[in-house]
Write a protein that binds this ligand. Sequence first.
Ligand SMILES: Cc1cc2nc3c(=O)[nH]c(=O)nc-3n(C[C@H](O)[C@H](O)[C@H](O)COP(=O)(O)OP(=O)(O)OC[C@H]3O[C@@H](n4cnc5c(N)ncnc54)[C@H](O)[C@@H]3O)c2cc1C
Length: 330
Amino acid sequence: MATPAKPALPDIQGLTFRAGAPLSEYTRFGIGGPADLLIETDEEAAFTEALRRLQEQGLPHVVIGCGTNLVVSDAGFRGTVLRYTADTIRRGGHFIECDAGAELMTLVRTTVDEDLEGIQTLMGIPGSVGAAIYGNAGAYGHSISEVTREVRFFDGRTIREVGREGCEFRYRESIFKRNRNWIVLRVRMEFSEGDGPGLRKTADEILAIRNEKFPPTLKCAGSIFKNLHLADLPAAARSEVPDKVIREGKIPSAWFLEQVGAKDSWEGRIHIAPYHANLIYNAGGGTAEELCRMIGRLKKAVYERFGILLEEEVQYVGFEGAITAREQDK
Ligand SMILES: Cc1cc2nc3c(=O)[nH]c(=O)nc-3n(C[C@H](O)[C@H](O)[C@H](O)COP(=O)(O)OP(=O)(O)OC[C@H]3O[C@@H](n4cnc5c(N)ncnc54)[C@H](O)[C@@H]3O)c2cc1C
C-alpha cells in the first residue's frame, strides 16, 4: 500500500513499520479499518524524532496506547498511527518513574506488591500509563492525578516537563487532552507507605468486581459516556435525580441512559449490556457506523428527555470529514 508518511521516516533507527495495519487489531472494540502506516518503538529518541518529522511536514498522525478507549472509523486512518511501547517502571524510595507505554495494571500491581499506597483502587483499568495521564483515569473516588508529580512529554518540537498543577487535571481531563500534540513519555509519581496485605486485598476485590462487570474478552471501552456533575445540570433534570444515585457530586450517566430505556438494546451487532446502560459492546461483527449510530441515538434520547448533552469518554480516530456521533445529534 502506498504510504504518504513512510518516506519521511525510514532512516530513523529503532522504528518498526506496518503498512495498512488493521486498527481493529489494536482496539478493544475490535473495530476500525486500516491505518496507512503504523509505527511502534520503545525508543524515546526515535519516537520523538518520528513525531517531530510528521509534525513539521504537516502529515496526519495520531498516537494511540492500548486502544481500550478508542472508536476507530470503518475507513481507518489516512495517515500514521504511532505507539510508544517503552514500559520500564523504576522505584526510588516512595517515588516511581514509569514510561508511558507501561500498562496501568502492571503499574498498580507493582505498587501494591511494594506496599505503596495511592492507586490501588485503579486496579483493573486497562490501557497504558500515558493514556491514563491524558484522560486522568480513575475509579472508586481516586484518579492517577493524585500521585502524579511530574510528567515528561513531547510538545511536537521538544521534550519538556510539567508538574501536577501544570497538568490541569480534572475529572477525565488534563492539559494533554486539550493539546493533542503533547505526548506523554514518562511520569514521576509519589506514594505513601501502605499496609501491603490491605492494599492487595482492596486491589484484588476491585479486580474481581471489574472482571464480572467487564469480562476481559468483552469488546468494549468501559463506560462510553462521562458521568455528570450535579451542579452542571439544568434545574429540572436535577430535581428528577434520586439522592441515592449521587456520588461525590456526580451522577452516573448510566442513570440517565436507563431512564430512556437504553439497557439491552441493539444497533446492528452493537449491544448495550442488560445490566449496565453505559456499557456498549461489540457482540461480534459490529461496525463503527453502528457504534456511532448507537451513541448518537442515546445522546439524542437523553437530550430530548432531560435537556442534557452527554459527553463521550471514548476518543474518536479517523472520522475527520465524516459524520461522528458527536455531530449526528445536532
Ligand atoms: C473494560 C474497561 C473498563 C474501563 N474502566 C475505566 C475506569 O474505571 N476508569 C477510567 O478512567 N477509564 C476506564 N476505561 C477506559 C480506558 O481504560 C482508559 O481511558 C485508558 O486510560 C485508555 O488507555 P489506552 O492505552 O487504551 O488508550 P487509547 O484508547 O489507545 O487512547 C486513548 C486516548 O489517549 C491518547 N493517548 C494514548 N497514549 C498517549 C500518550 N502517551 N500521550 C498522550 N496521549 C495519549 C490517545 O491519543 C487517545 O486519544 C475502561 C476501559 C475498558 C475497556
